[in-house]
Design a protein around this ligand. Sequence first.
Ligand code: 4AD
Ligand code: MG
Length: 466
Amino acid sequence: MRTKIKELLGVQDHSTLIGKTFTVKGWIKTVRNQKNFIFVELNDGSTFPNFQVIVEPTVKDFDKLAVHMTTGASMSATGTVIESPGQNQAVEMHATEATVLGYSDPEVYPLQKKRHSFEFLRTIAHLRPRTNTFGAVARVRNALAFATHRFFQERGFLYVNTPIITGSDCEGAGEMFQVTTLDMNNPPKTDKGVVDTTKDFFAKPTYLTVSGQLAGETYACGLSDVYTFGPTFRAENSNTSRHLAEFWMIEPEMAFADLNDNMECAESYIKYVLKDVLTTCKDDMNFFNQFIEPGCIERLQKVIDVPFERVSYTYAIRVLQKSGKTFQFPVEWGLDLQSEHERYLAEEFFGKPVILTDYPRKIKSFYMRDNEDGKTVAAMDVIVPKIGEIIGGSQREERFDLIERKLQEFGLAKEAYWWYLELRKYGSVPHSGFGCGFERLVQFVTGLDNIRDVIPFPRYPGNAEF
Ligand code: 4AD
Ligand code: MG
């Protein structure tokens, strides 16, 4: 039976392993071929560190092994675990049996021993999971996903799956990918000469969802606390280090909850998953702390330890105007904040995560609850250093008349939202929720600069390779 390397290197007390026989399997990271020994650093992805295997000439087919045990090849080794004389690991293996499972020509293997740029690694996204960085990102991403489920489950939230194909634009920003089975070269046309979408697969125009929120609200308004965690799609043409065309979002939705409850949930959520990843992914986090962003562990610890600042959008505008800084984009009440503004607030002015609330109603989505002042809505964005906006949420407009009027005001057809309106007609309740961009969270934790490096196969304008 095969043992994962994590079970050998990750145990508290290595003495229990000494002298016992195990079989390990993995990919060769490095190999030192000496006359009497072959030293291999093996990695199977279960843990950050490599496992050292020593193959002696007494092992069957030693000469062949010496040729085929190359960087990138996959192999199986069986042998005795011994205490390692080296500094870098507690135990290593003396192989009594070794087999190369899949050859790899070291002359052309794209992952050479040198350090590769992230740009280059994006062009070999099928091989980059074998690198230190992408292995660590994958494990951290996994830990964050698992911690996300645990956080909401412990609070009694139900995990619901909302549709990926939808007829409604949640954010109303028109940044949707259309889903169609019509022949693009010869679509059916109406008498008026426009494409006849009644002939399409769903007999109407459909799109990939930009957010599961609206469907999430229907379940919250019946089951109290729910969350989704799924893929979302945005056809926005943003070539930035913080935007993807396909990304994952965590969206809790809570009935009988106002904006304060929402903020409490968001802050607790971030702190919970950070705490979790710092304890469950120690080796990976030490790697990021040393090689990707020096000091990132301390940065995250601080986020766990200090309360988030909570200020209104209006206050933030005043802070920005008084900052004496020249920003590229104008700062004026009524205009949306740009990432440079958000980062100034979180990194320089407050020096910690900030929850901005009560944005002008005109720059936010139709579903947000109108405040008494007639100018702002019960919105909240969580802004963090390095990233800017990581969470966007709000209290939802639960008053029938107001939401109906708002749809009209925002130019959205109320017929398309008939079911959404009915939530306000039958047993309406105050409710709130938010969306956390999962890749932005992974970026925040790992310190990686580009969002394209925290998702296995990034989708962005002009790129859907792999
Ligand atoms: O602020 P957004 O657009 O909010 C919503 O979609 C709400 N319906 C959420 C809700 O209340 N249930 O998006 C939420 C978060 C952002 O704060 C950001 O972290 C992330 O999703 N996000 C993106 N991440 C990567 N690439 C993109 N193009 C993103 N757009 C938004
Ligand atoms: Mg937003």
